[in-house]
Design a protein around this ligand. Structure first.
Ligand SMILES: [Zn+2]
Length: 176
């Protein structure tokens, strides 16, 4: 594995252990030339996936790239790296098992939104603002409305109580 700092071609594995409930192997590496330390992950890849961008350009599915953009949305949020990794793995596995070898980038974006909505509403809004390219305050209001609706979602038919909860102000609005 090439050193990401000095591009030396031969780095050493210092430590290797299972992570993400044995779905991945985490290796700590050190570069003998510059002393740089970094971590690599070994994961199962069931099939080669291509992502079709909005422009029509096709690029190989890059887990690290996806991880980075989700990581930005989750920055300083309580979800933690482990849960984020599991979420990314879940999405990658769903894509790999979908039977499609070419996936529109919009599909991946929607899957991330779906996963973030359950994991962390703040990260969800952050991701949505970038992914959907928010330009106006109204765009944020739309997404905040989606979260509110999600929270109120009745299990079966909408009942009288579910309707009432729509007009109850959020606790945070009261406490201020
Ligand atoms: Zn190096």
């Amino acid at each position: 594995m090439r050193c990401p700092y000095c591009a030396c071609g031969d780095t050493q594995v210092k430590d290797s252990r299972p992570t993400e409930e044995n779905a991945a192997i985490r290796r700590r590496r050190v570069c003998p030339d510059c002393g740089g330390r970094f971590t690599t992950f070994e994961r199962v890849q069931l099939r080669e996936l291509m992502v079709v961008k909005r422009s029509g350009r096709k690029v190989p599915f890059d887990r690290d790239k996806l991880s980075k953009s989700v990581g930005i949305a989750l920055r300083k949020r309580p979800a933690g790296e482990e849960r984020m990794d599991r979420m990314i793995s879940g999405i990658a596995r769903q894509l790999e098992s979908s039977g499609e070898s070419e996936i529109p980038s919009s599909t991946i974006g929607e899957m991330v939104m779906e996963a973030l909505r359950g994991l962390d509403p703040v990260a969800y809004v952050r991701f949505a603002s970038v992914y959907r390219d928010f330009r106006e305050v109204a765009d944020f209001e739309d997404v905040l409305g989606e979260i509110a609706r999600q929270g109120d979602e009745p299990v079966s038919e909408p009942s009288e109580t579910a309707k009432q909860s729509d007009v109850v102000p959020l606790p945070s609005a009261k406490s201020r």
